[in-house]
Design a protein around this ligand. Structure first.
Ligand SMILES: [Zn+2]
Ligand SMILES: [Zn+2]
Length: 168
């Protein structure tokens, strides 16, 4: 399905390095992985690689259109090698499982907004949020007895503490 990755990199004007190849391969094996997931996979394959080197490789590959970066709300950026088809994502709110989903109708219709206001649009991002079948299956149907573990994820709240200083 894909041509030789090294050829692909060269074709896109990216200097071929073992690290970039390993990063590309890791993204390909593990679609929608975070930079940390990818770093882990790359380390397992080629040994030591710095976090920064992984970030750099991801940036170069994304910049050249070899991989796509998606940034769901409240999640670190995720990377995939399925590019150029304007597909969308379905994300589980509970476990974060992310899957590809094709555009709702026809070929990239979301690229045609009602009014583009003069912008040249090259990508539309749609994320469907919900709960995956496995998480749904783990949720007891009856409610009320136990705490819902729905929002177990730690979310860094930016609680602006308002000083209650009395100013006169
Ligand atoms: Zn889930
Ligand atoms: Zn995807």
């Amino acid at each position: 399905m894909y041509q030789d990755p090294a050829t692909l990199l060269r074709h896109c004007g990216v200097q071929v390095t073992a690290q970039r190849l390993a990063v590309l391969a890791a993204v390909s094996r593990q679609p929608h992985g975070t930079a940390d997931d990818i770093a882990k996979a790359v380390r397992a394959e080629i040994g030591v690689i710095s976090r920064q080197a992984v970030y750099d490789a991801l940036a170069v590959l994304a910049d050249k259109g070899l991989i796509r970066r998606i940034q769901p709300a409240g999640s670190p950026a995720r990377y995939e090698d399925r590019v150029g088809d304007n597909h969308h994502h379905l994300i589980c709110r509970t476990c974060g499982r992310t899957v590809d989903i094709d555009c709702a109708v026809g070929a990239a219709p979301c690229l045609t907004p009602a009014d583009a206001l003069g912008y040249e649009i090259d990508e539309a991002e749609v994320i469907y949020w919900g709960r995956c079948p496995e998480c749904l299956a783990q949720t007891p149907v009856r409610s009320g007895t136990d705490e819902e573990t729905d929002t177990d994820r730690t979310i860094a709240h930016d609680q602006a503490e308002q000083p209650q200083g009395e100013t006169s």
